[in-house]
Design a protein around this ligand. Structure first.
Ligand code: TYD
Length: 211
């Protein structure tokens, strides 16, 4: 089996990290060499960028500044972690990726999809996921999963912003066509996991990188 790049993304509190872990375990048990990573912060420098982005003490950031910081994290992550792993034939499962910048800064933050995508293209060198799994969730349900006392700088954005994030992910997945799926993340963890495994097992298309 060739290398695959799978991204899990969605609004805050959608359960993507739990699902990514379950997916990684299942793939490992099936004998797939898999690496689990995340953004922001999948590298040592990225961890520092993450702190700037998520610490409420940073204060307000212009969406362009925010996007550039997420893209700086992404450029480092792609070149030093994701690409080397894919080149070694590993499957990479990543929590959040370019989709988050397109949606949070581009769609919800007002920078616009297009400018956000241009920055993403520079940061990723054109690398795109083979499959983007978006977990859609009701805002109220998502809030229940979050610790109100310890919301990070972006989680503290208005409800309106997070509504647009939810919309933005659906719109983004639509633009991506068959390389993206939107799943109902309001359901029990096991049910969502089962659906993800069905998609991976049945829709496991030939690796576009393999010649
Ligand atoms: P994440 O690490 O998924 O949050 P947590 O670990 O708390 O579940 O993401 C941190 C926040 O950063 C989240 O609110 C989404 C936001 N974000 C963007 O706004 N743009 C981006 O490009 C990325 C990668 C994340």
């Amino acid at each position: 089996m060739g290398s695959r790049f799978i991204v899990l993304d969605g609004p805050d509190g959608c359960g993507k990290t739990t699902q990514a872990r379950l997916l990684v375990n299942a793939l490992e048990q099936a004998g797939v060499e898999v690496m689990h990573t995340h953004e922001p912060g999948g590298t040592p420098a990225g961890e520092r960028i993450r702190q700037v982005l998520l610490d409420p003490a940073t204060g307000e950031l212009d969406p362009l500044t925010e996007a550039l910081l997420f893209c700086a994290d992404r450029a480092q992550h792609v070149s030093t972690v994701i690409k080397p792993a894919l080149d070694q034939g590993k499957t990479v499962v990543c929590d959040r990726f370019a989709s988050s910048t397109a949606v949070y800064q581009g769609y919800a933050g007002g920078l616009g999809f297009e400018p956000a995508q241009r920055l993403n293209d520079i940061a990723t060198g054109g690398l795109q996921p083979d499959l983007l799994i978006v977990l859609d969730i009701d805002l109220a349900h998502a809030r229940e999963r979050m610790d109100e006392e310890r919301l990070d700088r972006i989680e503290q954005y208005t409800e309106d912003f997070h509504d647009r994030v939810r919309q933005g992910f659906i719109e983004y997945a639509r633009l991506l066509g068959e390389r993206a799926v939107v799943l109902d993340g309001n359901r029990p963890v096991d049910e969502v996991h089962e659906e993800i495994m069905q998609i991976i097992e049945s829709g496991w298309k030939p690796d576009p990188r393999a010649k």
